[in-house]
Design a protein around this ligand. Structure first.
Ligand SMILES: Nc1ncnc2c1ncn2[C@@H]1O[C@H](COP(=O)(O)OP(=O)(O)O)[C@@H](O)[C@H]1O
Ligand SMILES: [Mg+2]
Length: 315
């Protein structure tokens, strides 16, 4: 549905996006995660045609699109990270206005706007002034507005930020429904666990670079194995054990903390089994061997931490 190839963007000398590549299949609810300033908004604005890139390509349904492509206007909807002023419009007037910008008027517009209000749970707020609605309601109204032209691909920039749990839950349900209707959704957040509950796949961006992408199951598995295995060996054998652990290609890092080794490796259960096997076969007296499953949050912070100080942001 959406492919981003080698996307680059600089603001003056500042490199905001560094060779961003992403592929999002049709029907995905894709979570785009990164700390503030990572480049999420920049990427989205380029994808929806509000910003030009320095280089790189965007493909929608396999067709390359440029900022002014007809496909972009027809197929893409965008909910920005903050909403503008509403000039005392009511919810329905607001939607009617956007419908009219797409040439939808009269009865067709009335039906469409009513359906959209229903879809975002705002039917009972139809004649309320937008300015008086809660943040969550405004957010959902913005979503309805982005759906006026029935786009296939929808971008929502940090829609859950500042929402209370109930509003967040409502938003999630609506987004899941939209996916079930066949839409592809890209939603950004700076909180990975918040997205994990609803997304089918995620991409993690840090300082303008994609660090990790995959299905939510894969990333959760990876997160579970991202914490170090803690190995306690008989006294005096720590150095030997560390040497053997380092010989395993999957091993990323070995630290000795008093009588315990903290061993981080790439991979999953198979690598963990291999590690224990090697230690035992080398006659290392292993006293304890355990690992606490890592959480998404921990892995996210680890990715951010690993990327610290790489200086990738200078153009
Ligand atoms: N118009 C701009 N001029 C200069 N720098 C910008 C501009 N817009 C964004 N940036 C910088 O580019 C980086 C990425 O910003 P942004 O895409 O908004 O990140 P995110 O949405 O992930 O928080 C940030 O460091 C930000 O300060
Ligand atoms: Mg942003």
């Amino acid at each position: 549905m959406l492919t981003i190839k080698n996307l680059n963007k600089t603001y003056g000398r500042f490199r905001a996006l560094n060779n961003v590549n992403l592929h999002i299949a049709k029907g995905e609810l894709f979570g785009f995660v990164g700390a503030n300033g990572a480049g999420k908004t920049t990427t989205m604005k380029i994808c929806v045609g509000l910003l030009s890139s320095d280089s790189g390509e965007i493909y929608i349904d396999g067709k390359e699109v440029t900022r002014n492509s007809k496909e972009l206007k027809e197929k893409v909807g965008y909910v920005p990270d903050f909403f503008g002023v509403y000039d005392n419009l009511t919810a329905i007037e607001y939607l009617r206005f956007f419908a009219s910008t797409y040439g939808i008027r009269g009865e067709e517009a009335e039906n469409l706007c009513s359906d959209l209000l229903e879809l975002v749970n705002l039917t009972d707020k139809r004649d309320f002034e937008v300015d008086g609605l809660s943040r969550g309601m405004k957010q959902r109204l913005c979503l309805a507005r982005a759906l006026v032209h029935n786009p296939d691909l929808l971008f929502l920039d940090e829609p859950a930020s500042g929402l209370d749990p109930k509003a967040r839950f409502e938003l999630k349900e609506i987004l899941k429904n939209l996916c079930a209707m066949g839409k592809t959704i890209v939603i950004s957040s700076h909180i990975l666990p918040e997205l994990a509950e609803m997304c089918t796949s995620v991409g993690i961006i840090n300082k303008g670079e994609i660090k990790l992408t995959g299905s939510i199951e894969d990333i959760q598995k990876q997160a579970a194995y991202s914490t170090p295995v803690i190995v306690k060996v008989a006294n005096g054998m720590e150095e030997n054990a560390a040497r053997i652990a380092k010989e395993i290609p999957a091993t990323k890092n070995v630290e000795i903390h008093s009588d315990k080794l903290h061993i981080t490796y790439e991979g999953g259960e198979a690598e963990e089994v291999e590690l224990l096997k090697r230690l035992v076969m080398a006659d290392i007296p292993v006293v304890t061997f355990y690992r606490q499953e890592g959480t998404l949050e921990q892995m996210f912070l680890q990715i951010m931490g690993e990327a610290e100080g790489e200086g990738v942001n200078q153009a």
